[in-house]
Design a protein around this ligand. Sequence first.
Ligand code: ANZ
Ligand code: ZN
Length: 875
Amino acid sequence: SAGLLSTQLDEKWKKIWKSHPPRADAATSDTSKGKYFVLSMFPYPSGILHIGHLRVYTISDVLARYRRLSGYDVIHPMGWDAFGLPAENAAIERNVDPAVWTYSNIEKMRAQMDIMLADLDWDKEVITCSPEYYKFTQKLFIMLYESGYAYRKEAVVNWDPIEKTVLANEQVDNEGRSWRSGAIVEKKKLEQWFLAITKLAPQLLDDLKVLDKWPKKVKTMQRNWIGKSEGAEIQFLFNPSSENGLISKLGLDRVSAFTTRPDTLFGVDYVALSLNHPVSEWYSKQHPQLAKFLEEAKNLPEDSKAGFKIPGLFLSNPLTPDTYDIPVFVAPYVIGDYGHGAVMGCPGHDLRDNAFWAENNPGVEPSVVVRPASDTVAPGEIFAGKDGILNEKSGQFAGLTSKEGGSAIIDYVSKLNGLASKTTQLKLRDWLISRQRFWGAPIPMIHCETDCGIVPVPEEDLPVLLPDGLGAPLSTSEEFTKTTCPKCGGPAHRDTDTMDTFMDSSWYFFRYTDPKNPNQLFDYEKASTLMPVDLYIGGVEHAILHLLYSRFISKFLAETGAWSGGDLNGEPIKRLVTQGMVHGRTLIDGETGRFLKPEEVDESNPQVGPIIKSTGKVAEISSEKMSKSKFNGADPVKCITSHGADATRAHILFQAPVSDVLNWEEQRIVGIERWLARVQSAVDSTIEKGLDTTSELDVSKLSAEDVKLWNEVQKKIEQITAALHEDLSMNTLISDYMKLTRTILNGLESPTTSPAVLYKSTKTLLQLISPVTPANAEEGWEKLLKADGKEWTTIFNQRWPQPSPIEVTIKASGKHRIIINGKSVFELEITDTSISDDELIALIRSNGGDEHLAGKTIKRVIRPDGKPAVSLIAA
Ligand code: ANZ
Ligand code: ZN
């Protein structure tokens, strides 16, 4: 029978599932295995479901459906990361309310997820820009504030001159460009809100150890981001008799510097200060030239060699406390908020210091205090290795290795005058969350104009609603800004910053556990039962920030007792899978390098490849990140409308392992379509053969072929289950489906296989494919039930198949071939054909099998029907 087209199948089953939700039947649903939380990174509602979304949501949908079928109480929610710049820009450009724009996009994308047959818990949906949600983002902020994790600080911030907003350090790339606009970021000083993520840095670092189901690569990225350096803090004193006035005016009598190389202390030729170091700032008031330098240097890159020598100012090296001979520079290469914002300059051993020294003290030889352990340094070069030997300039420490020498010097100085001590430093900075933008959660703080300072908005007044507006910053709305102080009732104004959208996404998975709670972020019990997330799937581009912020907030929430913290020290995610990018098939004119539109080539002859219509030459094909300018984008919805959701889902899983780049080639979907047609024809032939729905198989009546088919099906159950349960090898999953379908079709063609085995095998096939191709599975299932004279009930109320291989007793006595893990190892006389498995294993072991089975356990004993052989599967 021709059956329905795949696209018609989608429609048919979508409709039926709407009125008979496949999960409504709580009575039959067995959730004995406990909860399973499958989370996929929620999308930004751009309005278009792109191919990357299709990939991630297919993976999560398949795994959620599989877990549900296996008896887990699954939560598989969806939501929208709905605040952020694009809505605001759309508002400004097109004069539409960002809320209207966002909600209509959400509407469109929900429908697109429906088209892909994603089975989502829509009753748990969260939308971060809805007041019901951001009320609690605001409450979370106040909780952080009240626990001392949120504070205000004047800071030099990264200013994106195009987007006109402050950016977090993380949003600026190595070249100093904004991740948003690509513009070179400027430095500006503003009062900002920070979250003290560094307070939890030790835990964030240590607990990477408990995340044994995270990709190594992601953990390494997080570790490097936190960037813990072991080293020392060294203090350089000002001459107390000098007249620089620092001591009296600022209470400053020293400069502290962090170093990872205390072994180079004898080689300090200068000290350099950051532009905003208190000493730099104080001196800039005395020296107009320095003030001018600071102004200019602000916008210089961090690798600039510029410097300003503070005239007449000298420090002493703690090794020689009374000699004030170290000059002091102000230099943009010193980072203001790393270490102490000061560097002990060792131009003899550090490349950056060397470049700086050469620029600012041309011709003056740097001090060299360490030599390489083995070879020598070429003339004109410096030794910057960390594994040298201290030379004769290092006095009593000469001859020690860098490591020993560094420790010995710290010990010595700390005893001598306490001016050195061991410390560690982090690269991680506190999280700057203030944004001067409109489309975000307003920071729920009030600035009293009388005496109360900064006061949190009382809980009963939350949420602080965004005013209606078309994207202008909140500071421009007097109606929003003007308020009264909750403490004294006097005049006050609201904080006009909104929160970084990473704040919205740092806790959304908690909200899924209790999405409608009107009073709290979530209920303690609910979150403590459902968290941590068992499996999180998303793009590797979120490996650092989103995941680090989520870990921080989750640990904070555990610390404040909002949830139990689970069994992973408050970690929110047990297992993480980062799916690879989807690349598009890109056509290039080899002569000009020009990207070609699909309509510019003739692809009617697959043998020759795509011919460029205008030149008659063959176009080059490559696979590249999808972009409009390369005409290589793919529209998932279009693919689904022409091939059906099932085929599209299977295709995207089949093309590459989940973590690899996937080269999207739509025409290859024909292989999947052929397979799905074979599945339906297996169902049809099973019915044509005459249904035998006997529930118990009578093993003694089975033919050798029956047993073979049966056991192959069982093996596939095992492999497919492993792929879905633990390995997440979704591409081999699809090839296993294809092999199993072949096996069953072969069985159907054979005259000696029995209908009972075929019926059970076909049923099993449908169940196994149901997570990936739900409409085809349901269609086949309905056909089988109908042929059996039964009413349809959904295949999703069935339990996941369990393998039960048939073991057949040895029928012939005499010499048997012994096969271990597929390899024939020796021959053995077996006379007792009714020998038990255990006796048989003992017999094989004692007759030379031990050698082949050393350290292994026997997983399975197979006695092929009627053949003089025994096969052992051992691991
Ligand atoms: C002396 C020295 C000698 C250094 C030498 C290195 C090599 P990591 O490993 O990244 O932590 N440093 C310290 N504070 C700084 C700041 N605020 N801005 C720029 N550089 C700073 O780097 C630590 C090293 O970076 C420190 O060790 C210091 O230079 C520099 F042969 O001290 B070192
Ligand atoms: Zn007040």
